[in-house]
Design a protein around this ligand. Sequence first.
Ligand code: GLU
Length: 385
Amino acid sequence: MTASGEVMRQTIASARRIVVKVGSSSLTSRAGGLDRERVAALAAVLAARHASTEVVLVSSGAIAAGLAPLGLPRRPADLASAQAAASVGQGLLMSAYHDSFAHFDITVGQVLLTADDIARRAHYRNARQALLRLLALRVIPIINENDAVATAEITVGDNDRLAALVTHLVEAQALIMLSDVDALYDSDPTRGGRRVPVVTEPSRLSGLQIGGSGSAGVGRGGMRTKVAAAAIAGAAGIPVLLAGSGDAAAALDGQDVGTVFCPPVANRVRRSPRTLWLEHASDPVGRLWCDDGAVEALQHRGASLLPAGVVRVEGRFLAGDAVDVCTTAGVPIARGLVGFDSGEIPPMLGRSMQQVAEQRGAAGLRVLIHRDDLVLLGEPPTLGV
Ligand code: GLU
């Protein structure tokens, strides 16, 4: 194993606040339905770590657990049935966790999040506050997406991404993703592919075969969503370990199992939850198209966005919403919280701050996007197919 992989495993082993994500297929039996023994085994591992660490669990399995009680043979394709299964299964899942953790005198708390809770800044702060209080009370929060009310258009999408966003939300120091896939492989493991013990930079992933879908067909994720989640956590400088759920104890202990994703060196500085939220979790609702001078000022001089540099406004939004800033070619380069409603901006375009102030009085003395409310968008990670 490389030195950086070893260092990251030690970081994971000694982290004081961790997020552990477990997939549906690690909690269900082959015959279908929730496997209480597997839930109990996971709880035992997490209970041991809880003695020294704040643990947040992101658990899938609601839909899978709801299938058998509803007589459904497989994960339903239609949204309403999936919602019904989640509604039935989430209760069963929590009851299994509750009983399993009770053996260790550990209290658990259910937190169901929707995409809105992540994408809206005020909701995000609320969710963060609730989670931090649960941790302060020595409770293990157990998070899932609120599938019973999530609609196809408004979902976080998969729990791998949700777990990475939760890692930002609670400022955890490590993310451990447990699933029925025990590691990333350099090619098909059934044909001699070898385990990749460490990924030192996301760019190293190009050339690897990354499967798309979940293996057991009960969850939503797959290797691709895990790699994407590792990139989101990596943006905050957080190492991610992907391991088989059977290796959970060894994984938490820093042993050489699974695949560890080292955060890019440039990101190993602490970033505020606010900028991480803007970059990865907010939902931009409009775009401001800028001239070359403004792009240069944002990218190289850490400037705020002024009306003089904006040539076009797209979308309908309110002051405080997240919008993308793009070049005249439409390439997004930054995201920020805009200071004005979309309807107020057109008369200001191309004008200096002084002209805007003359137009609007004191209300015009704001910049379009303040530098503190702005984050430059990085290169997306390269993924091999
Ligand atoms: N939230 C879903 C569930 O509990 C799982 C989503 C996923 O597999 O990523 O069933």
